[in-house]
Design a protein around this ligand. Structure first.
Ligand code: 6PG
Length: 252
């Protein structure tokens, strides 16, 4: 299988279950290291369909019962601006598949206040209250583990091709909307926060993801990052791992 040209490390596992096991081991290691070093584990989770069975495995499979959820904060990578009982809500999916089943304080589950006015500022305030500094400080909250997905159009988080979020580098959170954002309007972490992540994972499963991963690989190999058209190429944290099954990693 020809090598994909992607930044960071690439883990290709034969099937989804083996891939989820590898990813869970990385989450557990990151959590135990964060709690050992700082007494707290901050993790940011994406929505979409791929990670839902992974979240269910994390909280039902006894191999992961030592993840220190009682010392964790769960953040959202992005959210659709809908009510939390809407089937499109990432928080609804994450509560049902993970947080309702683990020993975590409800105060440490940071839902995005997407129905409020100026939700980006409100979510930045949650980061400020937790990390102790604000956007004006010029610092960026360092989340221990960020789990990203990748859309067929090369979006990640809710940073869509040609959307305004591509160009936001002076905020931690951004309300993304407009003709280039797949409805409904979104709230998303921005590149500065994602790229500051201590450990960032991109999870892509299934043959549908293969053409986009090939496009990303060719773009990076031949021309370098193109966040405007392939937003996921704007992801370059110091510790990035792509978790792919063989179908997603296959060349055409
Ligand atoms: C969302 C996600 C989004 C997702 C990709 C991939 O709110 O939809 O955060 O960025 O990760 O769209 O989605 P799938 O995993 O469903 O392919």
């Amino acid at each position: 299988m020809p090598e994909l040209n992607l930044p960071g490390h690439i883990e290709v596992l034969p099937n989804r279950d083996a891939l989820f096991t590898e990813l869970a081991q990385h989450v557990m290691h990151a959590a135990q290291e964060a709690v050992r070093d700082r007494g707290v584990f901050h993790i940011a989770l994406s929505g979409g369909s791929t990670p839902e069975p992974f979240y269910m495995m994390l909280c039902t499979d006894t191999r992961w019962r030592s993840i220190p959820w009682n010392q964790a904060h769960i953040w959202l990578v992005d959210e659709r601006r809908v009510a939390e009982d809407d089937a499109k809500s990432n928080m609804k999916m994450i509560r049902e598949s993970l947080t309702d089943q683990i020993p975590i304080s409800h105060r440490h589950i940071h839902a995005m206040p997407v129905l409020e006015d100026d939700p980006a500022t409100l979510y930045e305030k949650q980061f400020e209250d937790t990390f102790g500094f604000n956007v004006a400080s010029g610092k960026v909250p360092q989340i221990d583990f960020i789990l990203l997905g990748m859309g067929d159009d090369g979006h990640t988080a809710s940073i869509f091709p040609k959307s305004d979020a591509v160009h936001v580098h002076d905020r931690w959170v951004f309300a993304n909307d407009g003709p280039h954002v797949t409805p409904p309007p979104r709230l998303t972490l921005t590149y500065p926060v994602i790229n500051a992540g201590r450990s960032v994972a991109v999870l892509a499963v299934g043959g549908k993801k293969a053409p986009t991963l090939q496009r990303v690989s060719e773009q990076l190999a031949q021309h370098g990052p193109d966040p405007e058209n392939l937003p996921i190429t704007g992801i370059h944290p110091s510790n990035l791992t792509w978790f792919l099954d063989e179908a997603a990693a296959a060349s055409n």
